[in-house]
Design a protein around this ligand. Structure first.
Ligand code: AMP
Length: 213
């Protein structure tokens, strides 16, 4: 299955993607995670990307498309994959269609995870991530048992630079302008499905599984 996850930052795409990996045995390709790794590794690409990411803006298409193309060509993508955070605008979506068609493939589903704006702000400003294992928490909805410490591995919890309030506002604006039009784009192609991204993680996942069949 080749799946695109659509939804605003904070809608829970990454969390659901992790559960989908287990169920379907296909990898998650998160351009945000790939870029954050480049930033953490201090590569030239990472240094360039960090400036843009900290402002909540989009990294240039040419960079992101190159990263995705490279990833899709890897062996573990043969059975399918979950694209999380890509495509982010119409130009990326069109390029993806072309890349897939060159590989004699196409997308099966674009799944939109829908959450309203007030909820998104709380989810994003409250989000904390483990430095060691990347496990996510939320100070409002799903706090760690001990403040600032990961339940799973004891690592330190931190707030991503792009989860600060000013950046979040910008990320949500960028989503509205650049990414939300993709709902229409995939609707017209007849592969769009939607799920409400509210309720427990397991409830949302169970709805996703029913939708995906
Ligand atoms: P995410 O974790 O998906 O919210 O991504 C974090 C940040 O990485 C975004 O705010 C962008 O700056 C950058 N980014 C991730 N995916 C893309 C993409 N497909 N195109 C451009 N920039 C991206």
């Amino acid at each position: 299955m080749r799946l695109v996850l659509l939804g605003a930052p904070g809608a829970g795409k990454g969390t659901q993607a992790k559960k989908l990996i287990e169920k379907f045995g296909i990898p998650q390709i998160s351009t945000g995670d790939i870029l954050r790794k480049a930033v953490a590794d201090g590569t030239p690409l990472g240094k360039e990307a960090k400036i843009v990411m900290d402002k909540g803006e989009l990294v240039p298409d040419s960079i992101v498309i190159g990263l995705v193309k490279e990833r899709l060509a890897q062996d573990d993508c043969r059975k399918g994959y979950i694209l999380d955070g890509f495509p982010r605008n119409t130009s990326q979506a069109e390029t993806l269609d072309k890349v897939l068609s060159d590989m004699n493939a196409s997308l099966d589903v674009a799944l939109s995870v829908d959450v309203d704006k007030d909820d998104l702000m709380k989810r994003l400003t409250g989000r904390r991530t483990c430095r060691k294992c990347q496990q996510m928490y939320n100070v409002y909805f799903s706090p760690a048992k001990n403040d600032g410490i990961c339940d799973k591995c004891g690592g330190e919890l931190f707030q991503r630079d792009d989860d600060k309030e000013a950046t979040i506002k910008n990320r949500l604006d960028v989503y509205e302008k650049a990414t939300a039009p993709l709902i229409d784009y995939y609707g017209k192609k007849g592969i769009l499905k939607s799920v409400k991204g509210v309720g427990s993680i397991d409830e949302i996942f169970s709805n996703i599984c029913s939708i995906l069949g």
